[in-house]
Ligand binder design. Structure first.
Ligand code: SF4
Length: 340
């Protein structure tokens, strides 16, 4: 267990519902997780699992049709003590300083985040000046240093170039430099390598780990790819239809998955040592959140579902080890045994 003073973020009972013309969509259904200093937490699941929605909630970057459950808590440790982001008004100055300050975010497609007519040094300098008490000259020095740290060669020239003059991998490095300029305590990386080819992807993953080691910030890394998670994360939370169904260290999740959904995600990863074996796709599609299944949300796709049980009762988290929890009725016996 981590010492409380190492805790950066504590999320409890986070629930998010979207109002749509077709009815309410339950995107995140009462989830809990913690993020500690220097930790890389991988949030994994198919699209529609709620992973991006839940992290956007951490900086209140949700559309106005989204509604937080009233008892949701998203407590951020700051120099002034704990701040519950769920309780801050959207226009609260404290929220503005947290967003892009203590918590920074990078997205999948850097081209959409970088203004095409803006030199790449500008957003880095602006981020530094917005969150730190420095002059423009000092901000340029910081921008040059950050460009070098994220592996951009010849930063003196690059700083005055436009995004279209850079490759996709370089633009993602620039976005990481923008995020780091505010010296965040928590970096949210939402599928930051999905649009990049595998070699550049590996470089960006290495870079994020190095920067975590150097700056001590925590990272929430969102992806649909457990293969990528295995390369970067310390701990993993697997999401399905708005719920966290399994959490553990990366080793526990990759080598000893206990939830049928996690096992299926792993079976869907191509492996060089099993080129002759067919990849197993997860049967069926993730159900529409407008028609959430009763009981265990995975029961419509689970080939080991317990008839009469799984479609009726939603499972609660069961402890496999102090760091490993799973929500699945197949483990009910373990929880009964531990209660004896
Ligand atoms: Fe499958 Fe039942 Fe476990 Fe859900 S609770 S994952 S349906 S066995």
């Amino acid at each position: 267990m981590t010492a409380p003073d190492k805790r950066i973020m504590r999320v409890r009972d986070l629930g998010i519902t979207f109002r749509t013309e077709d009815g309410d969509v339950r995107a995140v259904d009462g989830i809990d997780f913690d993020v500690d200093e220097g930790q890389i937490l991988g949030l994994v699941g198919e699209s529609g699992s709620g992973k991006s929605v839940c992290t956007r909630a951490l900086i209140q970057l949700l559309p106005s049709t989204a509604k937080l459950d009233p008892d949701s808590r998203m407590e951020l440790s700051t120099a002034d003590g704990m701040v519950d982001i769920a309780k801050l008004h959207r226009r609260d100055k404290r929220l503005q300083s947290i967003r892009g300050g203590e918590i920074a975010m990078i997205f999948q497609e850097p081209m959409s985040s970088l203004a095409p007519t803006y030199r790449i040094g500008n957003p880095i300098m602006e981020s530094a000046m917005l969150h730190r008490d420095i002059t423009k000259k000092e901000a340029r020095t910081i921008a040059l240093d950050l460009l070098e740290r994220v592996g951009i060669s010849d930063p003196e020239t690059r700083i005055d170039q436009y995004p279209f003059e850079l490759s996709g991998g370089m633009r993602q490095r620039v976005m990481i430099a923008v995020a780091l300029a505010s010296q965040p305590r928590l970096l949210i990386a939402d599928e930051p390598t999905t649009a990049l080819d595998v070699t550049i992807q590996a470089q960006i993953l290495d870079l994020l780990r190095e920067l975590r080691d150097e700056f001590g910030m925590a990272i929430i890394f969102i992806t649909h790819d457990l293969g990528v998670i295995s390369q970067i994360a310390d701990d993993v939370a697997v999401m399905y239809l708005g719920k966290i169904v399994e959490t553990g260290t990366v080793r526990e999740i990759i080598t000893d998955p206990e939830h049928p959904y996690t096992s299926k995600l792993l079976e869907a990863i191509p492996r060089l040592d099993r080129l002759n074996e067919r990849l197993t796709a997860i049967p069926g599609d993730i159900p529409s959140p407008l028609a959430r299944p009763s009981g265990c949300p995975f029961h419509t796709r689970c080939d080991v579902a317990i008839a009469g049980r799984c479609e009726v009762d939603g499972p609660s988290p069961i402890e496999i080890s102090p760091s490993h929890f799973v929500s699945c009725h197949l483990h009910d016996k373990e929880s009964e045994a531990s209660n004896v």
